[in-house]
Design a protein around this ligand. Structure first.
Ligand code: LLP
Length: 407
């Protein structure tokens, strides 16, 4: 795995000195490269990329993604609003909430985004309220078990997401009863899916269901492309997925009688590798069993290692050629927050900068103020220049919504 010292010619050490640590850094070129790669892979079909906003929703990133030609998948009204603030139009956004109240659906309809419904009661309410006046998408649960681990596998039969494919007759009944204008069918099977055939399997479920909906404009295959976190990890071959799924999609459209659009909702694939969390070594602590490296960050800034046992590659930016030793890198949170267990790193001393890779997706967006710690600044590097896109939090931010009471 490469251990970059520079992004687009800009030194990581300089950025850490300028903006401080811990610091989230994003390589804008990498994001655009990934968008282009997907567009090329699916060049044979009319493609729309709906970036999964939840992966990284900072306005600067959303703006860049839009500029590069991708649209948005939002899962909350707040994400919709962030997308609009970043310049997306309502028509570019698909809103795919899970288990929200009908009031939130109404708000989305008012804003004018495409709504993706994921339960029969919501579909019925939607039909009663809007009849055929508002085009809508339906999220299908395809009963496919796939994904990096069970927490991020969401298309299996026991998952809360979508309307079970076995309930297709009930869907059709409601659509018929209220004359609901279904223009899209959607599925998202899970995250970290390596095998191209899983995308085709999901596609086949959509194709079969789609024949029952004559007014379709698109089929949405969700996201879930796996990126390489571990040096030995394989990543999804998107060119292969594009070829296999694209071909099957075109064959389906011929059968359907009309050319539809194919939508994708990548999150990790677009932003994971573009992101680096730069942290500073606060202590090197030898115990009878382990060499700990403590850093000025922790599970409050990157929860993936603790939440999913995720591997994130870590390297010593300050001492790239020093002798290798085995370290366990831990955060400063008062709870076990191992960022990397038993890793070979060039000799680490206090003050050294470590870089945690693949931190772009579900890094900052899942960060918290646990232990009353502040969240890091974010910097986007674009065209060889560094842009601060989010200021480091200050103590006052912790107090902002608190109400002082006299007891
Ligand atoms: N579309 C829908 C409807 C989704 O629920 C998700 C992710 C995506 C697209 C994008 O999936 P991606 O391409 O990023 O795999 N926090 C976890 C991942 C949770 C994914 C939730 N849904 C992690 O850090 O691994």
């Amino acid at each position: 795995m490469l251990k970059p010292t520079h992004i687009q010619g800009v030194s990581l050490e300089d950025l850490a000195a300028q903006f401080g640590t811990p610091l989230y850094l994003y390589d804008g070129e990498k994001i655009v490269h990934q968008i282009n790669a997907l567009q090329q892979a699916f060049a044979a079909v009319p493609l729309r990329i709906k970036y999964a906003t939840k992966a990284l929703s900072s306005l600067g990133i959303l703006r860049l993604i839009r500029k590069a030609g991708a649209e948005l998948d939002a899962v909350s009204i707040e994400e919709v609003k962030l997308g609009l603030l970043a310049g997306s139009t309502p028509a570019e956004i698909i809103y795919t909430p899970s288990g929200v109240s009908f009031a939130e659906i109404q708000e989305a309809v008012q804003i004018g985004v495409m709504v993706n419904l994921d339960s029969l009661p919501l579909l019925e309410r939607f039909g009663q309220t809007y009849g055929s006046t508002v085009p809508v998408c339906i999220r299908i649960n395809p009963h496919i078990l796939a994904g990096g681990n069970l927490k991020i596998s969401v298309g299996h039969k026991d998952s809360k997401f979508g309307i079970s494919i076995e309930q297709l007759p009930q869907i059709l009944e409601l659509v018929q009863q209220y004359q609901i204008k279904v223009v899209g069918l959607h599925l998202h099977t899970g995250s970290d899916i390596l095998d191209a055939s899983v995308f085709l399997k999901g596609g086949n479920v959509l194709f079969d269901a789609a024949l029952h909906f004559p007014e379709l404009k698109f089929l949405d295959f969700g996201g879930g492309f796996k990126v390489g976190y571990h040096p030995n990890d394989k990543a999804t071959d998107v060119a292969e997925v594009g070829r296999i799924v694209g071909e099957a999609f075109q064959a389906f459209c011929a059968k359907y009688g009309r050319q539809l659009e194919l939508w994708l909702e990548p999150g990790k694939f677009l932003v994971s590798e573009a992101g680096y969390l730069v942290v500073k070594t606060t202590v090197v602590k030898e115990t009878p069993t382990l060499n700990f490296v403590g850093v000025d960050s922790g599970l409050n800034h990157l929860i993936r290692p603790m939440m999913y046992d995720a591997y994130h590659h870590i390297y010593n930016l300050s001492n790239p050629t020093g002798a290798l030793h085995t370290y366990t890198i831990v955060g400063y949170i008062c709870e076990t927050d191992t960022l990397g267990s038993q890793r070979e790193l060039n000799t680490v001393k206090e003050g050294d900068l470590l870089v945690i890779q693949n931190a772009g997706a579900y890094g900052f967006t899942m960060a918290s103020n646990y232990n009353a710690r502040l969240r890091p600044a974010e910097v986007l590097v674009w065209e060889g220049k560094a842009f601060l896109i989010r200021e480091r939090e200050r103590f006052e931010d912790l107090l902002r919504n608190q109400v002082t009471i006299d007891l």
